[in-house]
Design a binder for this molecule. Structure first.
Ligand code: 0TT
Ligand code: SF4
Length: 341
């Protein structure tokens, strides 16, 4: 899995008023990537593709450089108090990804260059709650590690948060391109998490992401650089043979993970869920997917604005939860399980 480089690039004109916007323009010019200007990201036009599927695949290889206008941060339960907006979209092709519906027709990677505005706003949120800690999730709308070798904005966010007595950063990734982040002055204020799953899930549902092995190796490096480390097991799926699959995951993890990584380790557990809209979009984009999305077998969990989700039945959820929690307790008795949802 080579580090991502886009095939198409768009700039919002205002992005060029910021140093990062200018740097990115220079970088892409040097690389000879086709660059277009766009009045606003809502006006991104001209991503090639004869069919909607082809256009979607090309959009996933498109990079948009823009300015974040709204500086009100969303909340981000259960992982943090706030979502910090650094970017939206991702080049991965995970079948189950919620960005397919939350980003709708804008699946491209869009990065914000007005970082000082964003950090200033984060500082305000921190001050409001001090001396309580305020946690910021940087992976709500994107996988921010996968293209940080291009923008370095996650790097800057890590260093910004390193200086905040009462601020904490966290993010999760499926990419192993972490080397430049190892030097950041994080001060222990960033929890660096990797998303892991059973081999079956990675093989069938996570195209265009880094392999299990690469993620574990990267996790070892991150722990060596003294970052607090975490794993998100998501989505937990009850595929045929899931018990064996998740047992094997922990056997491998136990074998491969270096001792340094076990000191301050957290786990977050998230069950698979889908909405009716998500199911439609997924089947449209990945028509051959093996992802099970049978409403009949699921429990309907009511949500706001009619956006209810299909989750596993209570007894199935309970079984999944206990099984995976036991695996964690056996292999990593000192680790903290932050939540199961
Ligand atoms: O469907 C995915 C589920 O994963 C959501 O319920 C959120 C959850 N999630 C994702 C989580 O529990 N912990 C995480 O760290 C996430 C990777 C990030 C996250 C996203 C979060 O913690 N809290 C959130 O509210 N989100 C948002 O959920 C982003 C998106 O808009 C929405 C999708 O339901
Ligand atoms: Fe979605 Fe994460 Fe996969 Fe990217 S890596 S497609 S953000 S689930």
């Amino acid at each position: 899995m080579p580090a991502f480089e886009p095939d198409y690039v768009f700039f919002e004109p205002r992005a060029l008023e910021y140093p990062l916007g200018q740097e990115l323009m220079e970088r892409f010019k040097e690389q000879d990537v086709p660059i277009q200007m766009t009045t606003s990201h809502n006006q991104v036009r001209g991503i090639p593709g004869d069919t909607p599927t082809a256009a979607y695949r090309n959009a996933k290889r498109t990079f948009v450089v823009g300015v974040r206008k709204t500086l009100k941060f969303d909340t981000s339960k259960p992982s943090a108090e706030y979502a910090i907006p650094l970017a939206t979209g991702c080049m991965g092709h995970c079948h189950y990804c919620y960005l397919q519906t939350t980003l709708g027709a804008k699946p491209y990677v869009r990065t914000y260059v007005n970082l000082d505005d964003i950090f200033e706003q984060a500082k305000k949120y921190i001050d409001e709650r001090a001396p309580e800690l305020t946690r910021f999730e940087a992976a709500c709308t994107s996988d921010p590690v996968g293209f940080d070798h291009i923008t370095q904005s996650l790097y800057k966010a890590i260093e910004f948060m390193g200086q905040q007595k009462y601020g904490r950063l966290r993010f999760v990734t499926k990419y192993h391109h972490v080397d430049h982040l190892l030097q950041a002055q994080h001060n222990g204020h960033t929890r660096f998490r990797f998303s892991l799953n059973a081999d079956y899930v990675i093989k069938n549902f996570e195209p265009a992401t880094s392999s299990f092995q690469d993620r574990i190796t990267a996790a070892g490096k991150v722990a060596k650089a003294n970052y607090p480390l975490g794993f998100i097991l998501a989505p937990l799926i009850r595929f045929d043979g899931w018990k064996e699959g998740y047992t094997e995951l922990f056997e491998r993890l136990d074998k491969e993970l270096i001792a340094d990584a076990r000191k301050d380790l957290t786990f977050e557990l998230i069950m698979h869920r889908f909405t009716k809209t998500a199911k439609r979009v997924i089947l449209d984009r990945y028509p051959k997917t093996k992802l099970e999305m049978d409403e009949e077998q699921r429990k309907y969990k009511w949500g706001r604005y009619g956006r209810g989700k299909y989750v596993y039945q209570n007894d199935e959820a309970q079984e999944l939860r206990e099984y995976v929690q036991d695996l964690i307790k056996q292999a990593f008795p000192e680790a903290k399980i932050e939540y199961f949802t």
